[in-house]
Design a protein around this ligand. Structure first.
Ligand code: PBG
Length: 329
């Protein structure tokens, strides 16, 4: 008399499947990345990210309100600055009157309860497209940390709730945490991109911000000396535990889909919230294939965010956040 256990019994109807479902997706799971540009009345579609836009501060207001109305409670801000503001020192990154600082204030103005997170890395401000300062053909760790900490402080002063260092320098969390404490920003959180891989999936993002490493003599052509090797798993735990020790409140794995083993390892190891960044290339792949009619956009999108959450993500930074929440109804 086999089988006594028929696993299909619990799959027979939608209601039964819903009752035994292990995880579900809600608006609270998401962080919405937003790209901001100078100017007025702008809503520019990003070439390699169909349906995703760069907003000027005025159109940003409308977008943020609509996100809040959909139940989305957190944004992660990135800025595209003009070439003339770029240098090798991060000067514009700490300008109290800079685009990022204004973007933070703008979001808080229209939506004071929205959790405002900000990207901390020099690449959008770097004439060389690197996350830190370049000298002697290298991205220099310690000098970069000093300016990155100043950048985090500048965001906190402008009203950011959580700063999100994506630069992968060693020791930057400690430096930031110390400076924020010293300056009285004891409640400003740090979401650290702890296990951030040197991934080819960041391509569309670099188009969005015009922030790719430049091709020039004595400038590193990629970010492999500071971002992680995709072949490494144990190292992700080392990176993550160090960031927590240095004061990170939330840790992150990035990208998502190719790194779900890492997400689960980290989820099983740490006791702080784990975020996952479903990156621009992951978004672009689904958009491109579904535009050709090769994949069912909504079904694939839901399957991927479900997989990310099932792997152990407490938070998902995703360009699909709005689409997902609209689909949830
Ligand atoms: C910058 C940064 C990158 C992303 C987030 N912050 C790009 C990079 O490291 O080159 C990628 C996000 C995405 O691809 O969606 N430090």
């Amino acid at each position: 008399m086999y089988p006594l256990r028929r696993n299909r019994r619990l799959r027979t109807t939608p209601a039964l499947r819903a009752l035994v479902r292990e995880i579900s997706i809600t608006p609270d799971d998401f962080i919405v990345p937003l790209f901001v540009v100078e100017g007025k009345g702008k809503k520019e579609e990003i070439n390699s990210m169909p349906g995703y836009y760069r907003y000027s501060l005025d159109t940003l207001k409308t977008e943020v309100k609509s996100l809040w109305d959909l139940g989305l409670k957190s944004v992660l801000l990135f800025v595209k600055v003009s070439d003339k503001l770029k240098d090798n020192a991060g000067t514009e990154a700490i300008n109290p009157d800079g685009l990022m600082q204004h973007a933070i204030q703008t979001v808080k103005e229209v939506c004071p309860d929205m959790v405002v997170m900000t990207d901390v890395a020099l690449d959008p401000y770097s004439q060389f497209g690197h996350d830190g300062i370049v000298a002697n053909g290298q991205v220099i760790n310690d000098d970069s940390n000093a300016i990155l900490a100043e950048m985090a402080l500048s965001h906190a002063r402008a009203g950011a709730d959580i700063v999100a260092p994506s630069d992968m320098m060693d020791g930057r969390i400690f430096e930031m945490r110390t400076l924020l404490e010293d300056e009285g920003f004891v409640d400003t959180g740090i979401m650290s991109y702890s296990a951030k891989y040197a991934s080819a999936f960041y391509g569309p993002f670099r188009d969005a911000l015009d922030s790719a490493p430049v091709d020039a003599q004595d400038i590193p052509k990629d970010k492999k000396t500071y971002q992680m090797d995709p072949a490494n798993r144990d190292e992700a735990i080392k990176e993550t535990l160090m960031d927590i020790e240095e004061g990170a409140d939330i840790v992150m794995v990035k990208p998502g889909l190719c790194y779900l083993d890492i997400v689960r390892d980290i989820k099983n190891t740490v006791n702080v919230p784990v975020a996952v960044y479903q990156v621009s290339g992951e978004y672009a792949m689904i958009k491109a294939a579904s535009e050709r009619g090769w994949l069912d956009h909504d079904a694939v999108m839901m399957e991927q965010v479900t997989a990310i959450k099932r792997a152990g993500a407490n938070l998902i930074a995703s360009y699909f956040a709005k689409d997902v929440v609209k689909l949830l109804g």
